[in-house]
Design a protein around this ligand. Structure first.
Ligand code: DP6
Length: 360
């Protein structure tokens, strides 16, 4: 599908008012998206596990205006309270998607949103938040045009979510989502995420992700800024090639279940992501001393027990501990005994692979 395919034609119905609620999960990338071109086109393909428990729940109420306005007309509530400081981000999102959703200016909108994970946990809510909102917007489009297919609905939701936040396009479905053109993945696209189409062993469909909250503070450097620093970065081209190669290697791993190889790729991706940050101009570091302490302890535990547990990081100090479900008890025991001490206020979140967003 091409970009033009997401521009709607005439709408069949006129809708006066309504309300829709979606819950949409966060996701954790195994091969990382870091670097983008214009219009939220990724510099390299990425693949992620969709999560189950870390979610955003968003309700969109819409009421048709008498006269179409010049501006987007919306109110925003976060956890029941009016949140005007989130409005510029949403306005920017609406501006980016206007071409594809011209009906938005016909309505007065009320957006109510909340997260299932603790407020300011340092967990990025842009993936779950933008995907939930994109799905609500698509539900309105479906009311206006009931004939759109399920496939178009999901692809366009992912397409719109991408324009809000790149990684959000990987939060619509589960369990493994790939985004970005990649030569050995049929149907892969820079415009939206797709369900990973090749063979995946069961072990990967029930993977566990325990998120250790190392630093719950505001990030010093936003992802958007970080992505931009890949322009003119000395290692950029090599990094983008590496992502393509790692994705190909992971393809084999999903088929064979080679966990040592899985660990090697996933941890290397996490460290490379942070190495890109540390070698950009200006350079910056998002890991904290406790992030490194945790990584070392995971390595020690893996070495001494042979349990195939590994880590990944996103653009922050928190550590995602990844492991197969069959090792849940011993890994949780290890986390409680050895890793919790390095978490801010001892906090961590138990999550696992999920199947994607749901309409409530
Ligand atoms: C490190 O999707 O948050 O989590 O497109 O600017 O909103 P924007 O960036 P964002 O970047 C996420 C980067 C990452 C890696 C990943 O999820 O692939």
């Amino acid at each position: 599908m091409r970009e033009q395919d997401f521009i709607p034609g005439e709408f069949q119905k006129s809708v006066q008012f309504g309300k829709v609620t979606w819950q949409s999960p966060s996701n954790i990338a195994l091969v990382k998206y870091w670097g983008k071109k214009k219009k939220q086109i990724p510099a390299n393909p990425s693949v992620s596990f969709t999560l189950k428990n870390c979610k955003t729940i968003t309700t969109l109420e819409f009421k048709r205006k008498e006269i179409k306005g010049e501006d987007f007309d919306f109110e925003l509530f976060f956890e029941g309270k009016k949140k005007d400081d989130f409005k510029p981000k949403i306005t920017k999102f609406f501006e980016r998607i206007e071409k594809y959703t011209p009906f938005l200016k016909d309505y007065e909108l009320v957006i109510q949103t909340e997260n299932t994970f603790p407020h300011s946990s340092g967990i990025a809510s842009s993936a779950s938040g933008m995907s939930a909102l994109a799905l609500c917007v698509m539900s309105l489009e479906k009311e206006l045009n009931p004939e759109i297919t399920e496939d178009y609905f999901l692809k366009k939701a992912s397409f719109l979510a991408r324009l809000g936040s790149g990684s959000a396009c990987r939060s619509i479905e589960g369990e493994l989502i790939e985004w970005g053109e990649h030569k050995t993945t049929a149907g892969s696209s820079d415009l939206f995420g797709i369900k990973y189409p090749n063979k995946v062993l069961e072990v990967f469909k029930s993977y566990q992700d325990t998120i250790l909250l190392v630093d719950k503070g505001q990030k010093q450097v936003s992802s958007t800024l970080g992505h931009n620093l890949m322009h003119g970065h000395s290692f950029a081209e090599a990094r983008f090639e590496q992502a393509h190669a790692n994705l190909e290697k992971l393809q084999a791993v999903f088929e064979t279940g080679n966990l040592p190889e899985f660990i090697k790729i996933v941890e290397s991706e996490a460290l490379t992501l942070h190495a890109m940050m540390m070698s950009s101009e200006p350079y910056f570091i998002l890991m904290k001393p406790n992030t490194l302490e945790i990584i070392n302890r995971i390595w020690g535990f893996r070495e001494s027990t042979g349990v195939p547990v590994c880590f990944t990081l996103d653009a922050g100090a928190n550590v995602h501990v990844l492991y197969p479900k069959r090792h849940k008890e011993e890994v949780l025991e290890f986390i409680k005994n050895e890793l919790v001490a390095y978490c801010e206020k001892g906090q961590y979140i138990c999550d696992s692979i999920g199947k994607g967003a749901e309409k409530l």
